[in-house]
Design a protein around this ligand. Structure first.
Ligand code: SF4
Length: 432
């Protein structure tokens, strides 16, 4: 039996797809291992969201080639799909594929191994591509499951390669989603996170809305919580929010991708909202979900970003009061319009990233402190820590309770916890 090792440096979707690949390889008779040195096959699932994602994948392929010279190395995913010629030239990879036909990858690897030949098979994306279903049954003991409901993007933000790597909007059919949610519930999952490349456009070609997908999951017996992954703000309409607010299982955690709080920068990025529209959406959400938390991604050092524009972005982040900010430094991607714009020096990017991160930490601390004294339902997760039981509140705040007061396992159960203390990472409390 061939042993297979997986590695990815990517976004949440790439990580999730790596789990699907693991399941496909297991079904095909491979034996997953956590040790690359034991592997006969190493799968590097690349992500192209940032330039550093690309370089890390290529670096990993080259390093693994040196460290494990006898293993067959597979380079797959967004990087080869977006830049097939460059990927083909990475001679250290024995098998190179893109983002299509992932379920066939084990078969391809077996052919490469038995025929002792290099295989490069990067199928171009086409307008007729359908949502690719990869069947799997979870093998871990998590309480939460990610479900990919959407692929592709047609928004063409000026810094992003994803539309070239993932193609058109495609969505998981509702019936397939219903079946997957039921399968997950039957396997002990109580929480579902809906994820994808741009889930705001779920059902775009079929005349469906994201709320349809959320409703299907909420109606599944055994599923008690449903969350959204990262979401683009422009597609969240009042009617959608009303539908979500009517679902008790829906968790009010909104990771609304901002990228910049400055109107001029957003325009250069080809984002499709202004800061004022974003703020109006946050207000609409808060009206319906007073306990909502807002997290976001902010990119600093986008081409031509002036000190004044950056200051606007900082002020806007403070105005919204995010509970967490993921800060990224812009890195140019060849083939995108932003790569040809005037670049901000690296030293300026670093300095701005540090300032934005410091703001994010302060806002996180303030948000956590605002929860002290509240009582929230917590879904407890795997028992990983000797000192605390831990789980998440509906707004995705991490809550810990001491094991001294409660020794038996709380895993996969929901208890109400009164929050007594907080730091910038999590809250501490007692079960009531
Ligand atoms: S919305 Fe913009 S940033 Fe997000 S995947 Fe699409 S093009 Fe990329």
């Amino acid at each position: 039996m061939y042993k297979v090792f997986f590695i990815t440096f990517g976004c949440k979707v790439s990580q999730y797809e790596t789990e699907l690949l693991r399941s496909c390889f297991t079904d095909a008779g491979f034996d997953p291992t956590d040790k690359p040195e034991d592997a006969d096959v190493i799968v590097v699932n690349s992500c192209t969201v940032t330039g550093s994602g690309d370089s890390k994948s290529v670096y990993a392929v080259r390093k693994l080639r040196r460290d494990v010279p006898d293993a067959a190395i597979v380079l797959t995913g967004c990087m080869p799909q977006a830049a097939p010629e460059a990927a083909e030239k990475i001679a250290e990879a024995d098998i190179v594929t893109g983002t299509k036909d992932r379920a066939k990858l084990p078969e391809l690897v077996l052919s490469a191994l038995s025929e002792r030949r290099r295989i490069v098979e990067i199928t171009p994306l086409s307008r007729d591509d359908e949502f690719e279903e990869i069947a799997y049954v979870p093998t871990d003991s998590h309480t939460r499951a990610f479900v990919k409901i959407q692929d592709g993007c047609e928004c063409y933000c000026t810094y992003c390669m994803i539309p070239y790597a993932r193609g058109r909007f495609r969505s998981k059919p509702l019936e397939a989603l219903r079946q997957e949610a039921a399968m997950l519930a039957a396997n002990g999952r109580r929480e579902i996170v809906l994820t994808g490349i741009n889930i705001a456009f779920y059902g775009h070609r079929e005349g469906l809305r994201l709320a349809d997908a959320v409703e299907v999951c909420c109606k599944t017996e055994g599923i008690e919580r449903v969350r959204l992954g990262s979401i683009e703000p422009e597609m969240m309409l009042p009617d959608d929010l009303d539908r979500l607010a009517a679902l008790p299982q829906f968790c009010p955690q909104f990771h609304l991708s901002l990228q910049s709080g400055c109107a001029a920068t957003l325009k250069r990025m080809n984002r499709r909202y202004t800061p004022e529209e974003y703020a109006a959406l946050v207000e609409q959400i808060r009206l319906r979900f007073p306990e909502a938390s807002f997290t976001t991604d902010i990119m600093v050092g986008f081409p031509n970003e002036t000190e004044q524009e950056f200051a606007e972005s900082m002020a806007f982040a403070e105005r919204i009061g995010f509970s967490r900010i993921h800060v990224f430094q812009y890195s140019p991607r060849n083939g995108t319009p932003a790569a040809k714009m005037e670049q901000v020096p690296d030293a300026v990017k670093h300095e701005r990233a540090d300032r934005m991160k410091a703001l994010g930490e302060r806002l996180a601390r303030e948000y956590m402190q605002s929860l002290v004294g509240k009582t929230v339902p917590v879904l407890f997760e795997r028992e990983r820590c000797a000192e605390f039981h831990q789980g998440h509140a509906p707004d995705y705040t991490l809550i810990k309770i001491s094991r001294k007061n409660s020794k038996k396992s709380l895993r996969n159960q929901i208890f109400y916890v009164t929050i007594e203390e907080a730091d910038c990472e999590c809250c501490y409390g007692k079960i009531i």
